[in-house]
Design a protein around this ligand. Structure first.
Ligand SMILES: [Zn+2]
Length: 396
């Protein structure tokens, strides 16, 4: 049992973006939290609470979930020798990270052999189950798929709770032997999601190139960084993803920004916004990007013309649904991971949604994870919001 979790009431919310692509805005000004979960959303809620947050009319969104992250050791990344990066991301509104493989482990042979890949995934899963820097949930232990795995390995993955495997180093010249397709089947049978590194070669220099034909053959659940990580498949192939596959489609900050435009045109034409996920694909050669998720939402809204509340869903509820996670939507019964934010003073935008639509970064005033305030008043990573929240403890 966890220690006593306080109750929390957030009131005077202006706009509430739900993170649910099907219903991205909800008319409500209050959220009541108990036991780390959202218990009630409504207008004018007046329940007594241990912590009361007056939002002063600013916007509430779900905590951002980075669909494509590369954690290694705790709050340190050897990719850029940076300390405290997860805490910095949390100050950028990120409340959960999904590992796309712990492949920055110094000295890791690339590609790893099957036993090393399994050992790495197990160790990462065990460590990250035990560690939440600044409260951030890190879903790690993502197995790097390489030749030589057996079905009993997938039984072991399921037993330890690993939820994602990834094609990146697998040599596709071996595809005629059917092993890779068997991996997909073994994973799917156990509720484990399959992601693929799409496009050109990664910083490792030994990842495999994967275009539309490989994707269609393997049928992964999620096409990792479909617009490049850092190099996408050819534009004509990006445009075919929507109609010719049923995969979730990631857009990452480390990709090719131009390629987001043809992708979003085809997504829009097919009303497939619920298939798009936003991530950063960092830390890595692109760096450490604490504001990466916010910037990608602003980019997709302002340049690709997606409604800001839908772009927010791409960075929250869509990511959670594609990976089988419970959070990401502001709804009764869900984990209370919530970000309160406002336009930055001096912005021409009228509010946060308008900030995203105009391409402006918003300012974060509060971040709650499991209903607990992790940022209270002002973020260390964004300029201050025009209207900071005020927090009262022990009052109704
Ligand atoms: Zn990656």
């Amino acid at each position: 049992m966890s220690p006593v979790t306080p109750t929390c009431l957030i009131h005077n919310i202006g706009a509430l973006a739900t993170g649910d692509c099907a219903r991205p805005l909800r008319r409500a000004d209050s959220v009541y939290i108990e036991g780390g979960l959202i218990r009630e959303i409504g207008s004018g809620i007046t329940r007594a609470a241990d912590v009361v947050v007056d939002a002063h009319g600013i916007t509430a969104i779900p905590g951002l979930i980075d669909s494509h992250s590369h954690p290694t050791f705790g709050d340190f990344t050897p990719a850029q020798n940076a300390l405290g990066w997860i805490t910095h991301y949390m100050h950028g509104g990120v409340t959960a990270l999904i590992s796309a493989g712990e492949l920055h482990l110094p000295g890791l042979p690339t590609p790893p052999d099957a036993r090393t890949a399994m050992a790495l995934a197990h160790l990462a899963k065990r460590c990250w189950d035990n560690l939440r820097p600044s409260g951030v949930r890190v879903y790690a232990g993502t197995l790097l798929l390489v030749p030589g795995l057996t079905e009993s390995d997938f039984v072991d993955l399921q037993a330890v709770g690993i939820r994602l495997v990834k094609f990146i180093f697998y040599d596709y010249s071996l595809l005629p032997n059917g092993e890779a397709e068997r991996y997909v089947g073994w994973a799917r049978k156990r509720g484990i999601k399959v992601k693929i590194h799409s496009g050109g070669v990664s910083r490792s220099g030994v990842s495999q190139v994967a275009g539309i034909d490989i994707v269609k053959r393997l049928k992964p659940d999620i096409i990792g960084h479909a617009t490049g990580g850092p190099i996408p498949m050819p534009e004509k192939e990006v445009e075919r993803i929507v109609a010719e596959t049923e995969c979730a489609i990631e857009i990452c900050s480390s990709g090719n920004p131009r390629m987001v435009l043809p992708l979003m045109r085809t997504v829009g034409a097919s009303h497939a916004f619920d298939r798009v996920l936003i991530g950063t694909d960092t830390p890595g050669g692109t760096g450490v990007l604490p504001r990466g998720m916010l910037r990608e939402i602003a980019y997709v809204s302002s340049v690709a013309g997606v409604a800001p509340e839908v772009a927010i869903a791409m960075a929250t509820g869509n990511v959670a649904r594609a990976h089988g996670l419970p959070q990401g939507i502001l709804e009764e019964g869900r984990p209370a991971d919530i970000v309160l934010l406002d336009r930055i003073k001096g912005s021409v935008a009228s509010d946060v949604l308008d900030s995203f639509a105009k391409g402006d970064l918003p300012g974060i005033s509060a971040v709650l994870i499991d209903g607990q305030l992790r940022v209270a008043g002002g973020s260390e990573q964004t300029p201050p919001p025009e209207r900071p929240v005020t927090i009262t403890r022990g009052l109704a």
